[in-house]
Design a binder for this molecule. Structure first.
Ligand code: NAD
Ligand code: DAU
Length: 357
């Protein structure tokens, strides 16, 4: 069995669903159920005894030690984090607590657990840490994409907290021999994506007739990867990745934010046309994100060369699937947009003056 942390969030829930669709190996899913964790993402596993959900904090050392000793997993796949850059700007404290201290706690628990395993179990044990390309900072227009040897230069409290956690993972391998694997992935999109992030926010706001907020000039570039491809890459790294190594994961899909939003509006115009006009009419340029990284791009040649992983989706196929998923899951969206979500919208967007494009 494996222990997954943060498996009720966007990527974690996709990972757990994909894992159990392709294997009978059980999953213990430890998630604190913050605003971003949602058991509705896991409804398909309601009756599935291979999925053991535990509500709890990765920083709860007694709970984590108990889970490890009871279930004896052969691997920990660590997704749990505070993940939204804008929230880290408005309130960095939780990011340090979960991403830095929480990861430290989990590493300590893994080290203690692994020390007492048999030699064979120890050799097979893995701690896979899911991280981000944001640790590398921001690229200029002509810079080469981030590789595994690019120097760390995190710019937001979120990326700094993830960079700190990456360094701890590295140190636990180097110092204690913990068999760690680190993945640094680019921007994901797909089903169950919480509508505070650009793609689901634009889809849900468009359908609700609301503004589509574009930070700054909309020319910031992100490298988009369909979430199912990210999950497949993590499975490959878990199976054959070399302990102590890091693997960059990306889709070779660099797009400006404005391009992404126009693409979404075009698809919605076709699949759910408005009575009059285009969803593009709802675009609104608003005040920029402080310290906004200009460009991310991932050089994914190492994972392709060493592990034979490549994305299966193009941006065009993945984004169509994603829009269709949101159109088909309006109830999921309504459920997620609870009172707390509305408070966040007011806090983040209330103070951003702007004008429709
Ligand atoms: P998310 O915010 O959707 O989900 C995070 C999950 O972690 C939630 O279910 C939440 O309840 C849980 N959690 C938070 N704090 C916890 C704690 N202290 N103990 C236990 N559970 C806790 O995040 P996501 O977008 O699914 O990202 C998952 C991981 O992947 C993160 O580590 C993130 O840094 C990384 N990542 C995300 C992206 C992306 O584009 N979303 C890209 C690269 C890497
Ligand atoms: O690169 C990987 C990272 O991608 C992950 O580590 C993070 O967890 C994940 O949240 C994501 O970070 P970004 O900041 O790139 O994603 P977000 O969806 O918040 O923003 C994408 C781009 O869109 C970014 O340039 C900011 C812009 N944006 C975002 C929002 C929410 C807007 O223009 N308007 C918006 O309302």
């Amino acid at each position: 069995m494996i222990l997954v942390t943060g498996g009720a969030g966007f990527i974690g829930s996709n990972f757990v669903l994909d894992w159990l669709a392709g294997s009978d190996e059980p999953v213990v899913n430890l998630d604190k159920l913050t605003y971003a964790g949602n058991l509705n993402n896991l409804l398909l596993l309601r009756q599935d005894s291979r999925h053991i959900f535990v509500k709890g904090d990765i920083g709860d050392t007694t709970l984590v030690a108990g889970l490890l000793n009871r279930h004896r997993p052969r691997a920990i796949v660590h997704f749990a984090a505070e993940s939204h850059v804008d929230r880290s700007i408005l309130g960095p404290g939780e990011f340090i607590t979960t991403n830095v201290n929480g990861t430290f706690s989990l590493l300590e628990a893994a080290r203690a657990y692994q020390r007492d395993l048999s030699d064979a179990e120890q050799a097979g044990f893995r701690f896979l840490h899911v991280s981000t390309d944001e640790v590398y900072g921001s690229l200029g227009p002509d810079d080469a994409p981030f590789s595994e040897t690019t120097a760390y230069a995190p710019n937001s409290p979120y990326s700094a907290s993830k960079a700190a956690s990456d360094h701890l993972v590295r140190a636990y391998h180097h110092t204690y021999g913990l068999p760690t694997l680190t993945t640094n992935c680019s921007n994901n999109y797909g089903p169950y994506h919480f509508p505070e992030k650009l793609i689901p926010l634009v889809i849900t706001n468009a359908l609700a007739g609301k503004d589509l907020p574009i930070y700054g000039d909309g020319q910031n570039v992100r490298d988009w990867l369909y979430v199912g491809d990210h999950c497949a890459a993590i499975r490959r790294v878990l199976l054959d990745g070399r302990p102590g190594e890091t693997y960059n994961i990306g889709g070779w899909n660099e797009k400006t934010n404005l391009d992404v939003v126009h693409t979404l509006c075009d698809i919605l115009d076709r699949l759910a046309p408005k009575a009059a006009g285009s969803y593009c009419d709802q675009l609104k340029f608003v005040k920029d994100r402080p310290g906004h990284d200009r460009r991310y791009a991932i050089d994914a040649r190492k994972i392709e060369r060493e592990l034979g992983w490549k994305p299966a989706e193009t941006f065009e196929s993945g984004i169509q699937k994603t829009v269709r998923w949101y159109l088909d899951h309006q109830e999921w969206v309504r459920d997620v947009q609870s009172g707390d979500y509305m408070k966040w919208v007011e806090q983040n967007y209330g103070q951003r003056e702007g004008s429709r494009a």
